[in-house]
Design a protein around this ligand. Structure first.
Ligand code: NHF
Length: 484
């Protein structure tokens, strides 16, 4: 069974968020289970390519309105990631470093729709020329949401009609909404199908994907249910299409995220040596930022945006430090300028307790998972969340708002005798502050703390079981396509 994952992100080649982590790991685990998965992604102009060889496997031209744009497909020569990767190189549109936006201004690229549609069309042109067709096209997020529409309706891709399509929604907040004037960039299709592209008078790539994909998956079961109430305007559609939607929780790459071997850590440790290992990692981490390793350390890693609840942090930090002068916070991330500013101000006002690092820093993130006591995730929306799983793997206790995948993957220490995290329910200061207080009680009860840490570290959040769920979904779809 050949599965093609079409995505704009894939770690370590290009990662902006969790999508990159998922596409960088899931295919590896799928390939261990009786299937062959490839990743197809754009060829950006990024440093990563300076040290990796590719070979050209296909050349063609993609029609974009009146012009013919040349492109080529390149295969990654080495097999370093555990699965084959194919890059679509479209000079003029994709030969830039940014994935979604210009990194110098943070603005989304002005020709976004042309970029996305050129990538999707080029991929389908190449696949149409395969001798042996793939069994599944697995699309990730709205950027590839028009693929199911094109294989279903476009004349040029008639030969791909029977290949089942899966669309995974990693983040339903973003839809890819465009004016219908952009429809000129699509391949020719029967005009009676134009309604499939439409949502509230606009062309909506995510809505089109939901309507036309054979199956829609989200990255946790709770998120699937939540989308039916909050999906930025797609609620009615998700209710209508409920029958073909499934929640499959994400996993993590437990080989890359392993405190026993992680090269970015000061000291390696396992479940049995966590006490000592975490202490020495915390010492290094704290000394880097002028913090005290004996005091409790709460970290936040993520985008500084309302969706992740980062706007709760300034007041929560101030209240916590005010009430418990020993608590310390380490914050890492970038995002909305106003929020970055506010957090930096809090960092400056409480230098002894708080350090704010306004950066995207994968290496520091690893050190923080190892050296922190608690990882706070106050998300308003969280499709799955990966940080709570990384934290648990590294013996750091997650404090999460019970939403989406956080609700599904974290069990509160007081709600269940097998609990390993802390949950709060309403998005407000009193509840999140109570969660901090609960964490401090746990921090001071060293015996219980050790047990909870060990319990969390012993959990299996690897992709193993979720990969099997995907495989069984793919198999069902292949059977359905054979009946056509
Ligand atoms: O884990 C990968 C990630 C999720 O919750 C995360 C998110 C974006 O917001 O599926 O996608």
């Amino acid at each position: 069974m050949l599965i093609l994952h079409l995505s704009l992100e894939c770690y370590p080649i290009a990662k902006v968020g969790g999508l990159g982590d998922v596409v960088g790991a899931l295919p590896k685990y799928l390939n261990r289970n009786d299937s062959e998965s490839w990743v197809v992604m754009p060829k950006y102009r990024r440093k990563w390519f300076d040290n990796h060889q590719t070979e050209i496997v296909y050349r063609n031209k993609v029609k974009l309105d009146c012009s013919q744009v040349p492109f080529q497909i390149e295969r990654l020569s080495e097999s370093v990631l555990g699965f084959p990767v194919y890059f679509i190189d479209i000079p003029g549109l994709w030969d830039r470093p940014g994935v979604y936006s210009d990194s110098s201004t943070n603005d989304e690229y002005w020709d976004t729709f042309e970029r996305y549609i050129s990538f999707q069309k080029a991929a389908l042109m190449w696949i149409s020329d395969f001798d042996q067709k793939p069994d599944i096209l697995h699309c990730h997020d709205h950027h590839t949401g028009l693929i199911p529409f094109m294989t279903m309706c476009a004349d040029d891709f008639e030969s791909l009609k029977r290949i089942p399509t899966v669309l995974t929604i990693h983040n339903g907040e973003y839809h890819g909404r465009y004016s219908f004037s952009e429809v000129k960039f699509l391949p020719k299709f029967g005009w009676n199908n134009v309604g499939l592209l439409d949502w509230h008078g606009e062309m909506n790539a995510l809505a089109a994907g939901i309507k036309t994909a054979w199956r829609v998956t989200t990255v946790s079961e709770s998120y699937m249910q939540e989308l039916q109430y909050h999906s930025n305007g797609l609620e009615a559609l998700l209710n209508k299409e409920e029958g073909k939607c499934i929640g499959i929780v994400n996993g993590i790459d437990t080989e890359q995220w392993n405190p026993e071997t992680d090269e970015l850590l000061e000291d390696h440790y396992s479940v049995d040596t966590a006490d000592k290992g975490k202490k020495s990692n915390k010492k290094h981490l704290c000394s880097k930022f002028g913090l005290d390793p004996k005091k409790p350390l709460f970290s936040f890693i993520g985008r500084m945006v309302n969706e992740k609840g980062a706007d709760l942090l300034p007041d929560l930090i101030i209240k916590s430090v005010d009430r418990y002068p020993d608590v310390q916070f380490l914050i890492l991330g970038t995002g909305e300028r106003k929020l970055e500013h506010r957090l930096a101000e809090v960092g400056a006002d409480f230098r002894e307790n708080v350090h704010v690092e306004l950066a995207y820093d994968e290496k520091l993130a690893h050190k923080m998972y190892a050296g922190s006591d608690f990882m706070i995730m106050p998300s308003r929306v969280e499709p799955c969340g990966l940080n709570q799983m990384y934290a648990l793997r590294y013996g750091t206790i997650p404090i999460v708002r019970a939403v989406g995948g956080l609700k599904d993957t974290v069990i509160d220490v007081d709600e269940d005798k097998n609990g390993y995290g802390i949950k709060f329910y309403d998005f407000n200061i009193p509840e999140s502050f109570e969660a901090i207080e609960k964490a401090l009680r746990l921090f001071n009860d060293k015996k219980r703390l050790k047990t909870v840490i060990k319990r969390g570290m012993s959990l299996d959040f690897s992709w193993n079981s979720s990969a099997l769920n995907y495989i069984s979904l793919y198999k069902t779809l292949v059977k359905e396509s054979e009946k056509l």
